[in-house]
Design a protein around this ligand. Structure first.
Ligand code: SF4
Ligand code: MG
Length: 315
């Protein structure tokens, strides 16, 4: 993805607190079949914009999103509709998008009706099956949204994403609104569903522990840039980018001997609309040198599965 210029959020019908969509620049990654790719970073770093842009819910100004060899940014509207069947989004709070006056079963059935799939009886069967896939009971078919707990609502959100038999789920902070014990239930459910249905996940979160629990690989974002990418165990054992190190130093580690020194970042997160010159992290980096203010660090391959964008690794 290249250069997404800020777009007025009001035009996109977003929440009113923030007026602008985070600018994302030069973010490039691959999601492999059957894997979970965790996209992590502080709020405002462009994770959500990246996820939304992949489905053209936010319009890119430049770049490519290749799916089955075709560029999602260039395909016809008809092809885009098909892609949006294959790639579904799951959000933090599915409740706000559920019709309070409709029974859950009917809400879940809607996409099947729209896409003309099955007879009425078959559609009910598909919905019943999806309900059991996400760990809900058949009686839940007849209930209304307000009758469900937070965890159950996220199961409904998941059921709705799964109803059209997708290949990829893009999940934006799917467990962030839930209690920790419910979080792990949902994460385990996600893993189970992934292996049963051979799904690929793009998992967006600000929470390092959550991302660690679910991801095969992790990409770390800071101010609209991807600064480091590695398999989960490699990233946690050997973080290279100073920002990744700072993020990880704030994650509690069970074994005290491996406890990392806490790195406290100086200053606040700069405005995403006006990012610093050179390395976008230089205003907060404990290792910043003169050149960091001027030169943009390029992505360097440390191994074939670990890369980092930082001048410390230029040599
Ligand atoms: Fe820090 Fe410089 Fe590396 Fe940026 S390029 S992370 S400022 S050392
Ligand atoms: Mg977000």
């Amino acid at each position: 993805l290249k250069k997404f210029f800020p777009v007025k959020k009001s035009l996109l019908n977003f929440n009113k607190e923030q007026t602008f969509v985070q600018a994302v620049n030069d973010v490039s990654f691959t999601l492999f079949k059957g894997e979970t790719y965790g996209l992590v970073g502080e709020s405002g770093c462009g994770k959500s914009t990246t996820g939304r842009t992949l489905l053209k819910l936010t319009n890119p100004t430049e770049g490519q999103a290749l799916y089955n060899g075709k560029d999602i940014f260039k395909i016809s509207n008809q092809e885009l509709r098909k892609v949006r069947q294959d790639i579904q989004m799951v959000f933090q709070d599915p409740y706000s998008s559920l019709n309070p006056r409709k029974r859950i079963g009917n809400t879940l059935e809607e996409p099947l009706v729209i896409h003309n799939i099955g007879s009425a009886k078959e559609r009910t069967e598909i919905v019943m099956e999806i309900l059991s896939t996400v760990g809900l009971q058949l009686e839940h078919y007849y209930r209304y949204p307000h009758e469900f707990s937070g965890g159950q609502r996220q199961r409904i959100g998941l059921a709705r994403a799964l109803i059209l038999n997708p290949k990829i789920l893009i999940m934006d902070e799917p467990v962030s609104a839930l209690d920790v014990s419910i979080q792990s239930q949902i994460l385990n459910l996600l893993k189970k569903i992934q292996s049963e249905l051979n799904l690929s996940y793009l998992f967006i979160s600000h929470d390092m522990s959550v991302v660690r629990h679910i991801s095969d690989r992790i990409g770390v974002m800071y101010l609209g840039k991807l600064v480091e990418e590695a398999p989960t165990d490699v990233l946690f054992a050997e973080p290279l980018h100073p920002y990744t190190k700072a993020l990880l130093s704030a994650v509690p580690v069970p074994n005290l001997e491996t406890k990392r020194e806490r790195i406290i970042l100086k200053g606040d997160l700069p405005s995403p609309m006006n990012p610093p010159s050179g390395c976008v992290f230089h205003t907060r980096c404990p290792f910043a040198e003169e050149r960091c203010k001027i030169e943009i660090p390029q992505k360097k391959m440390i191994t074939n599965e670990h890369n980092v964008a930082c001048h410390l690794y230029d040599k």
